[in-house]
Ligand binder design. Structure first.
Ligand SMILES: [Zn+2]
Ligand SMILES: [Zn+2]
Length: 138
């Protein structure tokens, strides 16, 4: 049996209690327009295949993923005052662990710093990245 323990900021990550995504499409924080739920393509190579997300129907900007992945209640608060969503940037963008608004209502962005040396925390390797995605860590 393999036991996986994940630490963020020196704290053991519980993977049980994730907070839910927004139930209603949020108003766009860029133009105020109405958003709508879409599904990412099954060919998406960033571990995000087939994920629901909200996108503005007016300005077409991506607002937020509409699922509970990465919605750890201990995440930093966004500008809306609620816990943010943990995400992993694509390989092209260096796979930085970062936090965004889980409601799709503000432009919050923060990076996870390594507990070891204070640099921006990243995930090395495709296999680890997809294993963590399957655990809804991201
Ligand atoms: Zn918009
Ligand atoms: Zn927010």
């Amino acid at each position: 049996m393999v036991r996986i323990e994940i630490y963020v900021n020196g704290r053991l990550l519980p993977r049980s209690i994730l907070v839910p995504p927004p139930e209603e499409p949020p108003a766009c924080c860029h133009c105020g327009g109405q958003s709508k739920k879409f599904i990412t393509r099954s060919t998406n190579r960033n571990g995000n295949a087939g994920r629901p997300y909200y996108k503005c129907t007016c300005c077409s900007k991506f607002l937020a993923f509409a699922d509970d992945r990465g919605n750890d209640p201990n995440n930093p608060r966004c500008d809306c005052g609620v816990s943010s969503k943990r995400q992993l940037a694509s390989r092209e963008k260096g796979r930085k662990i970062h936090y965004v608004c889980r409601l799709g209502k503000c432009n919050f962005y923060d990076v996870q710093l390594s507990a070891i040396d204070g640099s921006v925390a990243t995930v090395e390797g495709d296999e680890l990245a997809s294993a963590l995605a399957m655990l809804s860590i991201f």
